[in-house]
Design a protein around this ligand. Sequence first.
Ligand SMILES: [Zn+2]
Length: 296
Amino acid sequence: MLKKIANKKIVTTAIVFLLIFLGNIFFDLIMERRLPCLYQQKDYLEVIYLDIGQGDATLIRTTGSKNILIDGGPDLSLVYELGKVLPFYERRIDLMILTHPDQDHMYGLVEVLKRYQVDKILLNGIDDQTADYIYFLSIVNEYAVPIDVVHIGDEYFFEDLRLVILYPFEDLLGKKVDDSNSSSLAIRIDYGQTSFLFTGDLPTSRELELVAKNIDLKVNVLKAGHHGSKTSSNLEFLQTIMPEYVIISSGKKNRFGHPHFRVLKNISKVGAQILRTDKIGTIKLISDGEKVLLLE
Ligand SMILES: [Zn+2]
């Protein structure tokens, strides 16, 4: 009789431990939306320029499967495109960056905030009273996402990846600006010997300020400013960078005529390979820390 009771106790204890174990997994999956056992360390970085039409949206997947999202495109396309490149169980964005509060960079981020757990967001901090931006900030506030307002020198590290803010040169928190494009965050991502540059919609005047400031602009990959508009991608800027690849994120047959022929000519002059989302759709590059490869 005593033996039976003892056996029953062991079984009950085992069931309790099993339930606690399953409960933990359930908590991880539902609350944290991330199961560590599903993640493997990779030995390459993925940089994916998403085909979201006329706008910008780039997803960076680190070697430890952390997700960095730079801009979000003009509509719901981002949600569909993320669904195609992320595993089905991935519901987390570790770092979201809005280069500047224009609709073609921002709207998709609103939809991601509603559907994914976003750990932190980087903003340029300008005082912009457009209805779109006020709505965006209300959603950030609703989901209690921590905000960092950043400028030159700010750095973030994810495993062996370094993200450096190169522009603006001053803290723009609460400042009104005449031209939102000119306030875009410029970001360099370093992984091993390879680097990637993002300049939002910064115009030529700001590109030349970056050159004049002697900032290290030597990167393998540049995302052309302002979707290949003639107001960006200055030749001197490109000659300072000497990129292997230049990505142009613009919509098929867009009404702005992006990319401009002069921009294409400037890029050709520096011998870089042009990759356009309007021609080839989503563009996926990988880096092993020494070289960058295009996945066809
Ligand atoms: Zn834009």
